[in-house]
Design a binder for this molecule. Sequence first.
Ligand code: ARG
Length: 463
Amino acid sequence: NAAKMWSGRFREPLNTTFEEWQRSFPFDWRLLPQEVAASKAHARAIAAAGILTETELITMLEGLDKVLATVELDGPKVVASAPNAEDIHHFTELELTKHIGNLALKLHTGRSRNEQIATDMRLFVRDAIDATVIALKDWALALIELAEASGESVIPSYTHLQRAEPVLVAHWLQAYVSMIERDLSRLTDARKRMNLCPLGSGAVAGATLALDRTIAAKALGFDAPTPNSMDATSDRDFMLDFTQTLSTLGIHISRFAEELTLYSTAEFGFLDLPEAFSTGSSAMPQKKNPDLTELIRGKSGRLLGAATTLSMLIKGLPLAYNKDLQEGQQPIFDAADTIAGILSVLPAFTRSLKFRATPMQTAATTGYLNAMAAATYLSNKGIPFRKAHEIIGNAVRLGLESGRELNDIPLSELQSLSEAFAEDFYAAITLEATLDCHDVIGGTSRPRVKQALQDARKRLSGI
Ligand code: ARG
């Protein structure tokens, strides 16, 4: 029992099953880099407060560096190596003692594990945000590259999953770039909000030493110390922000995955799945399955799960620290690992996509996807749009009954529906005209899409 960080007031040993069950070291070992960084920052702060001499501080900092350098960050190995370590804080103290002896025991002066774990998790989440931002920007660039390479190829747009109007493939892909831009903004926003340092908050009421809290904050790259010790030791908003942001990102990724899964079917036939990212069937020799998009659609559910777990965990907690909070670590690790995994394959997969332009163009030009352009033609001739809509609806019905597209119907027949039809009608409902009549910011006309791609590229390079 003497090996514990808190054994003094206890007479009986812990129930061994309980002891093993309540440990967090089997998962929080991966916070070692954060724990060492936070400990070094705290060492500087207590040295400035006169608790450590300059030489002791140097020994302490070197010892902490040695801990990080000597521990092999391999989960099963490190956990097996320290069966007595209750958590990462205890483990680090035990390791530091191996290197610098009893001086290690001074490190805990004026601090509590409650502020430590709050700090470690902030550092972990901050790194995870930075890694996500880099990987996500790469996916956005991959989409932009694919959009640029797609030139003027078209795809039907759908509403209600019914063909609506033709759009440029580039326009469709850029819809995802817009989502990513919002995700990036949420991530950077969350980072800004969380970048305050809990060190010096103590167990709940503030450090019991007159620490200059700006020392540790600065050493760890935080903007300032947190303003309230009770909040700082029990606040996990930054974990909620992170997982909720990842949930939204996961939803976007999942929609992309769903579209590609659908478009790769024989029924759509819009793309050939890249073999390097597809798998076969052990039973059906002909199969090429979209496992990548299915898996990321599935894995994105874990991101939503993490956000839900954390919300449930925190909503009933009285202030301040409660041990329940220990349960918040694994959802964060899982969410960080899951998004890192997804984004490790998604950009390369995206860059390898090859669309099948002909079936896409056929789908985009059959089924009266130019009917809105046709109605616009009539309204440009001075017919009120409501009326124009009705006339083109009649023309569509004529086409449906006789198996013809609008452009197959001769002028004489159209003129029996309205005298406003003239020879220039056919030029107004070509594929190009149908695209280019959407000449507004955010529309699918060819020059607008080209401009939008350049604008998105520029915005991304500024992040
Ligand atoms: N392992 C603990 C956690 O993750 C560290 C904080 C423990 N604090 C305490 N008062 N028992 O929450």
